[in-house]
Write a protein that binds this ligand. Structure first.
Ligand code: NAD
Length: 257
């Protein structure tokens, strides 16, 4: 088992990448703390983990709130005795996120609060717990949009994910000698609720597919496999990376149709 005796906390564990990762981590022996604001989704993930014979707990926490982040880490240590893996994965893509001219300040602020401040707060309260465990692995979900400009504008989202990459690099350097590794995960466009809600017409989906050499959206489970590698000791010399799982998107030069 690749995560035997590890305790992992996954934010945004109630759907998409977070749920797929909770299932994958548990299959590899991890005890999983599923964090979300969607209680039904979070509980459903825990039930799915338990159905396959794994151990998991649900904790309600809004990653944009410091007190919630402190409480989720405390809950993990209380439930399973320690924390080894912190997957800062919760994120939003607001339907009103657009270009600089038409994006409201409120949309900008909310997106930054969840996608960027949420990662900072996860680290603020999670790093002391990882230290108590003798080290660990932090994985922050960024996106391919932090590396290339997206053709469908989502400025607040893109900027927030760029922040996640910068923050990840610095944390990786600062904590390298404490046996804490910090990597960003850059998924390409996935067939999850988050993106399908945003690309809400066939024309918009096709527009995005043009840029993907593999010609298809990725699956949440394909990101979970990468998270598993970054969480496990197999990646013991890997830190500070922008780990791309994007069907070749960021490697490609494709003329838009
Ligand atoms: P999703 O919408 O399927 O799941 C996200 C989960 O996060 C939901 O359960 C939601 O309730 C939860 N969440 C939202 N706000 C929260 C908050 N404030 N506190 C706690 N939980 C909160 O999305 P997904 O596709 O699984 O996305 C997961 C991560 O991957 C996000 O950070 C997203 O930006 C990133 N990502 C997604 C794609 C994609 O194409 N889907 C691509 C690149 C990056």
């Amino acid at each position: 088992m690749r995560l035997a005796n590890k305790v992992a906390l996954i934010t945004g564990g109630g759907a998409g990448i977070g749920r797929a990762t909770a299932l994958r981590f548990a299959q590899e022996g991890a005890q999983v703390v599923v964090v979300d604001i969607d209680d039904a989704g979070g509980e459903a993930t825990v039930e799915a983990v338990q159905r396959q014979g794994g151990r998991a707990r649900y904790v309600h926490a809004d990653v944009a709130r410091a007190a919630d982040c402190a409480a989720m880490v405390e809950a993990a240590e209380r439930a399973f005795g320690k924390l080894n893996v912190l997957f800062n994965n919760a994120g939003i893509m607001h339907s009103q996120d657009g270009d600089a001219v038409n994006t409201d300040e409120a949309v900008w602020d909310l997106t930054m609060a969840v996608n960027l401040k949420g990662v900072y707060l996860g680290c603020k309260y999670g790093i002391p717990a990882l230290r108590r465990a003798g080290g660990g692995s932090i994985i922050n979900t960024a996106s391919f949009v932090a590396l290339v400009g997206a053709a469908t504008p989502q400025l607040a989202y893109t900027a927030s994910k760029g922040g996640v990459l910068a923050l990840t690099r610095e944390l990786a350097v600062v904590h390298a000698r404490e046996n804490i590794r910090v990597n960003a995960l850059c998924p390409g466009p996935l067939r999850t609720e988050l993106l399908m809600r945003f690309l809400d017409s066939e024309a918009k989906r096709q527009r995005r597919l043009v840029h993907i050499p593999m010609g298809r959206f990725g699956e949440a489970d394909e990101i979970a496999q990468a998270a598993l590698y970054l969480a496990s000791d197999e990646s013991s010399y890997v830190t500070g990376t922008e780990f791309r799982v994007d069907g070749g998107l960021t490697a490609a030069y494709v003329t838009p149709e």
